[in-house]
Design a protein around this ligand. Structure first.
Ligand code: BDR
Ligand code: CA
Length: 312
């Protein structure tokens, strides 16, 4: 299996993404690092521990990372989307496992350095920890085999402002640092996540699939209401779980290598990803931008995997 680290801010779709990784034999989840984002760091960290415990994987270490963005404080959290606790108002049982004492970037550097093969890193919150890793431990960062990022948008505008997607908007300077690096990167943005929707039938399949699935269904209920009202979709948008699908099964998404820069000005475009779609790029810093998806297949994949976990 591919060694995997998830950097996350759970977060409802983050929780689903972690469950998907745990349910997938193609990957070996070695570490979860947490970051500020949807809710504050203490809450995202506690949620990560609880989600792993729910999945029967309290053995996976959880290390806490950045409390805030690199340059400017994150303007606001997303409690209105994910519920004040970050998990749609559902209270998961506490984990018996203690937080790893290492700062996230140190734990991440340790895992990257110790691995005998390239590690996939999936970053599904603001990318602050990844920017810090690049700055503090560049040799370790070179051992990342694939960096799969959820965030940005090439042609769908934003979801938190007219221009910006949440994870990039939350820390645009970090995003620029990460997208400007030479780490092999896949960018999974709104172009492919918005068409990847889990409908009420899919949620019902979770609900019927044992205790883990039933809990996932309960967590998703609040998100369903949000997706319907803010995106006008008929189901739940699976942003982070789709990024994990690409991390687990490379090539799930159709990608094109492109130059991308982040708007780090303080104007109305702040946090926008400017994707140069005039022609593919061969620059070493170019990123594989996900442009096509079979959204229905991706939603089915998630349901099947998480349901199998529930039965285990
Ligand atoms: C991203 O923002 C967060 O609210 C979600 O968890 C996802 O990572 C989508 O824009
Ligand atoms: Ca997230």
């Amino acid at each position: 299996p591919i060694p995997l680290v998830i950097d996350t801010d759970p977060g409802i779709d983050d929780a689903l993404a972690v469950l998907l990784a745990v349910a997938s034999p193609e990957v070996d989840l070695r570490l979860v690092t947490t970051v500020h984002g949807n809710v504050d760091l203490a809450q995202t960290t506690d949620n990560a521990l609880r989600v792993l415990h729910l999945a029967g994987r309290s053995d996976v270490p959880v290390a806490a990372g950045a409390r805030d963005s690199l340059v400017y404080p994150q303007p606001r959290r997303a409690g209105h989307v994910h519920g004040e606790t970050g998990l749609g108002g559902v209270r998961l049982p506490p984990s018996p496992t203690a937080l790893d004492p290492r700062p996230a970037v140190v734990a991440l550097a340790d895992v990257l350095t110790a691995a005998s093969e390239p590690v996939t890193v999936a970053a599904i919150g603001p990318w602050t920890n990844i920017a810090l890793l690049l700055a503090a431990f560049p040799e370790a960062a070179e051992r990342i085999g694939r960096l799969v990022l959820m965030g940005g948008s090439a042609g769908r505008g934003g979801n938190v402002t007219a221009a910006a997607e949440f994870n990039v908007w939350a820390d645009p300077e970090a995003a620029q640092r990460v997208l400007g690096s030479a780490v092999p990167t896949v960018l999974v943005g709104l172009d492919v996540t918005l068409p990847t929707v889990l409908d009420a039938d899919g949620i019902a399949r979770f609900a019927a699939a044992g205790p883990v699935g039933a809990t996932a269904a309960a967590v998703l209920q609040q998100y369903l209401d949000h997706s319907r009202s803010s995106y006008g979709t008929t189901g739940v948008v699976l942003h982070d779980a789709l990024a994990l699908t690409e991390a687990i099964v490379p090539g799930t998404l159709g990608t094109v290598r492109r130059d991308v820069v982040v708007d780090t000005t303080l104007g109305a475009g702040r946090g926008q990803t400017l994707v140069d779609r005039r022609a593919p790029s061969r620059a070493p810093t170019a990123v594989d931008v996900a442009e096509t998806v079979d959204g229905a297949a991706a939603a089915d994949f998630l349901v099947d995997r998480v349901a199998s976990l529930a039965r285990a």
